[in-house]
Design a protein around this ligand. Structure first.
Ligand SMILES: [Zn+2]
Length: 267
C-alpha cells in the first residue's frame, strides 16, 4: 500500500507576468519549471498574456505584478464615483503595510490604469479556476537583499540579472528588458510561495500580496559565499538607501514612485 502513496513527480510551473498598464506597452512573461527558467518573452494584449498562461500549463501558478483587487469600499477606481472618499480609499492595507516596511508602493488609486487591467485579468483567470497571486518584484528584490534599483539603465539591469542568476538556473539573458527581469522575479516569488518561503501583506478580505519570508534567500541559495561574490555590494548600498529613506514617511502614493511601480506609471 505504501507505494500507492508515493507522490507523483510533477514539475512546479510558475508564470510571472509583469503587467503593463496598456496593451501596446511591453508586458514581461517568464515561466519557471521547478525553479528553472524555461521561457522568457514579452506580450501585448490580454489574449497574448492568456496564451502564455495556457503555455505554462493547467497547474501553473500565476503571479502578476499589478493590483488585483480594489481598496476596501471601492466599487471602481473612477474619481467621480461616490465610492471615492478622501482620505482612506486610495490605498489598500497591503500598500500601507509595505510602506511601514520601508518598501515604497504606489496606492492602487494612483495607478488606476494598471489596477483596472490587473483587476480584470485576475477576474478572467479566476473564471477559469486559476487563483493568481499578486506580487511586487521591487519588494521581492528588496526583501531578498538583492539590487532593486536602476533597472532603467543597462548597467542596472545587468546588476539585477547577475544577482538573480544564482537563484534562477537557466537565466542567461543579459539583454533582458526591465519588464522581462521583473517577470522573472514574479515567477521566482511564485516558486518561493510553492516551497513555503513566503508570507503575505494586506488583509484577506481586501487583497493580499505575496512577499518573501525572512530566510527565503538561504532556502534558494545554499552556497552564500559564491552568491555574495556575484553582488556588486558597494554601489548597491549607495544607490538604494538614500532615496527610500527620504520618501518613506510621506504616505501612500508618494516617494519613489518610478522605481516602486517598475515603470507602470499610469497615465
Ligand atoms: Zn465606484
Amino acid at each position: 500500500m505504501r507505494y500507492l502513496l508515493a507522490p507523483v513527480s510533477r514539475p512546479i510551473a510558475c508564470i510571472g507576468i509583469d503587467l503593463a498598464g496598456l496593451p501596446h506597452r511591453e508586458t514581461g512573461v517568464a515561466i519557471l519549471r521547478d525553479g528553472r527558467l524555461d521561457h522568457l518573452s514579452s506580450a501585448g494584449g490580454d489574449d497574448e498574456i492568456l496564451a502564455s498562461v495556457v503555455q505554462a500549463g493547467a497547474d501553473a501558478t500565476v503571479a502578476i505584478n499589478a493590483p488585483l483587487t480594489l481598496p476596501r469600499g471601492r466599487c471602481c477606481l473612477d474619481d467621480d464615483c461616490p465610492c471615492r472618499h478622501d482620505p482612506g480609499t486610495r490605498s489598500r492595507a497591503l500598500e500601507r503595510e509595505l510602506l511601514r516596511m520601508k518598501v515604497p508602493a504606489l496606492a492602487t488609486a494612483l495607478i488606476k490604469v494598471l489596477a483596472r487591467r490587473g483587476y480584470h485579468l485576475a477576474a478572467t483567470l479566476r473564471a477559469t479556476g486559476c487563483a493568481p497571486l499578486e506580487v511586487y518584484p521591487f519588494a521581492t528584490l528588496r526583501l531578498l537583499d538583492l539590487p532593486a534599483s536602476g533597472k532603467r539603465t543597462q548597467l542596472g539591469r545587468r546588476r539585477i540579472h547577475n544577482a538573480l542568476q544564482p537563484l534562477v538556473p537557466g537565466l542567461d539573458h543579459p539583454a533582458a528588458s526591465e519588464h522581462q527581469l521583473d517577470a522573472v522575479v514574479c515567477a521566482l516569488t511564485a516558486h518561493l510561495w510553492h516551497v513555503g518561503h513566503t508570507r503575505t501583506v494586506g488583509e484577506a478580505d481586501e487583497g493580499l500580496m505575496v512577499i518573501p519570508a525572512p530566510g527565503a534567500l538561504g532556502a534558494l541559495c545554499p552556497s552564500p559565499p559564491a552568491f555574495a561574490e556575484a553582488l556588486p555590494r558597494p554601489r548597491r548600498v549607495a544607490e538604494d538607501r538614500v532615496p527610500y529613506d527620504s520618501g518613506a514617511g510621506s504616505g501612500a502614493g508618494s516617494g519613489d514612485s518610478g522605481e516602486a511601480v517598475g515603470g507602470h506609471i499610469a497615465t
